[in-house]
Design a protein around this ligand. Structure first.
Ligand code: HEC
Length: 185
């Protein structure tokens, strides 16, 4: 490899490592390495949000703090009510996502979840949320609302319908063709 190619490669490696936004604390960086290859919102991210954030930033409007709700993408991605121009979650942009600086903060005034909630995030959970935002903060509907991947024909109701009409037909056929049944409605 030529020197030029070498330095371009060096630059690329440098850029890809250094544009990830805020530096991760060492312990979170180590946890990051242990994350699953592919993140799934329902499996990996939602349980963290719902256990550690939703009491104050979830669907229950009466309990919402700072006007911030994180259970729907359109709410999580919108401008912060108390901090215009800032965002809780900016998909793919760690340095513009307040969530990232809040969950990584050592400052007891800033860190999320609020210390008085006695909830804390493990390094693994912090790494998970950071990577989720970095990868585009995709929300997915609960699996129960997603269309099944292999749609089975609704066989049972069809069979019942068929059987019922067949039985009906059959019983009319069995009736003696009296004048009454044949010609009157
Ligand atoms: C016990 C309640 C509580 C929990 C749990 C909690 N927060 Fe908060 N959060 C607050 C309060 C109160 C504020 C407003 C005061 C402040 O900015 O510190 C806030 C503010 C924020 C802000 C900044 C909002 C703004 O307008 O600047 C973000 C982002 C945030 N929380 C994210 C999270 C995330 C992510 C979690 C879960 C990991 C979480 N919070 C868990 C109470 C909570």
């Amino acid at each position: 490899m030529s020197r030029i190619e070498n330095s371009i490669l060096g630059l690329l490696v440098f850029a890809s490592v250094s544009c990830g936004g805020p530096d991760l604390p060492k312990s979170v960086e180590m946890a990051y390495e242990k994350l699953p290859e592919k993140l799934d919102f329902n499996l990996h991210v939602k349980p963290i949000l719902s256990d550690k954030c939703f009491i104050c930033h979830g669907p229950d409007k009466a309990k919402v703090k700072a006007g911030l709700q994180l259970h729907l993408p359109e709410l999580a991605y919108s401008e912060l009510k108390d901090n215009p121009g800032k965002y809780a979650v900016k998909p793919g942009n760690l340095s513009k996502s307040e969530t990232v600086s809040r969950i990584l903060s050592d400052d007891l005034e800033l860190v999320m979840p609020k210390p008085e909630s006695h909830l804390t995030l493990t390094d693994y959970e912090k790494a998970m949320l950071v990577r989720w935002i970095d990868e585009g903060a995709e929300y997915k509907d609960h699996w129960a609302f997603l269309p099944p991947e292999n749609i089975e024909p609704p066989l049972t109701p069809l069979i019942i319908l068929f059987w019922q009409s067949w039985k009906k037909k059959d019983s009319t056929l069995l009736q003696k063709p009296t004048k009454k049944s044949c010609c009157e409605d």
